[in-house]
Design a protein around this ligand. Structure first.
Ligand code: ZN
Length: 277
């Protein structure tokens, strides 16, 4: 029996523009349409950023609210995850949408260098975001850019700052952070199994090695992430035509590794989320 795989689609991100790829959904209406197509292709988790009228990243709760409402309507049961990433706001602005109670939100448990800046997550901010997620019943997805962030998440779970079981995402391929490296990836998987045996995990490869990390995740029993957010710097010739096309690529790989896309009900059960949004 093939093991279910939760396919995350990172629909927009904070960097890609229409100039990078006209398929990147920017307005809320475009985001809903693009997510619905990805959902119908087999994605069960939508990782979402929002943009303002000029296409710039924002943490505006009103935008997030409209997106959440549209996704609940057009993608029934899909897990909605909001990004609390650093390009859309400063400090506590980054958590302003958590009272909307999405199913999940991203939580980076440490700082790291990005291509042109520091992705800053001070201990105080990490604690504050985690506290707000706990208060509003939002499950964090721990963004692991290096090993210390995994240890920090396990420590926070033990301290009651994060409600378990943990869900972690290993992010590789961001310039100046951890590259796509098989031995490190295997060590991440081994370490999460040792420290948090009940945790679930996803592999996220940013850029041209995305599909490599998808293959490794399918092979080693993890879940997968794809989407236009992660493919901003590719050449025009290799640009994906849509979020749905990227999801289809993952779905097509599943059988080679004895896997199949999870249903919405399976994805929710695997992550310990309520059956209904
Ligand atoms: Zn993101």
């Amino acid at each position: 029996m093939a093991e279910p795989c939760i396919i995350t689609v990172a629909i927009t991100g904070s960097l890609p523009t229409k100039a990078n790829n006209p398929a990147v959904p920017i307005s809320v209406a475009e985001q809903i349409e693009s997510t619905q197509a990805a959902f119908e292709a087999g994605a069960t988790l939508a990782h979402c950023h929002v943009r303002d009228d000029e296409g710039k990243p924002t943490s505006d709760p009103e935008r997030f609210g409209r997106l959440l409402e549209g996704l609940r309507k057009h993608c029934p049961g899909m897990i909605v995850q909001f990004s609390t990433g650093g390009r859309s706001g400063r400090g506590e602005e980054r958590g302003g949408m958590l009272p909307l109670r999405p199913d999940m939100a991203s939580l980076s448990t440490g700082s790291v260098n990005f291509p042109t800046r520091i992705y800053e997550n001070s201990p105080d901010l990490v604690d504050w975001l985690a506290g707000l997620m706990l208060e509003h019943g939002v499950k964090p997805e721990i963004e692991v850019f290096d090993l210390s962030m995994l240890f920090k998440a396990v420590e926070m779970e033990k301290a009651g700052q994060i409600r378990g079981p943990l869900h972690v995402q290993f992010v590789m391929g961001v310039k100046n952070a951890m590259p796509v490296d098989r031995e490190v990836f295997e060590f991440y998987v081994k370490t999460v199994r040792r420290l948090a045996p009940d945790a679930t995990w996803t592999g996220a490869g940013i850029g041209r090695n995305q599909i490599t990390v998808v293959r490794w995740s399918l092979e080693l029993g993890g879940h997968c992430r794809t989407g236009l957010e992660d493919n901003v710097r590719l050449d025009k010739a290799t640009l994906a035509p849509s979020n749905a096309a990227l999801v289809e690529q993952v779905v097509a790989l599943c059988p080679k590794y004895g896997r199949r896309p999870a249903t919405v009900a399976e994805a929710r059960a695997l992550l310990g989320l309520p059956a209904q949004a």
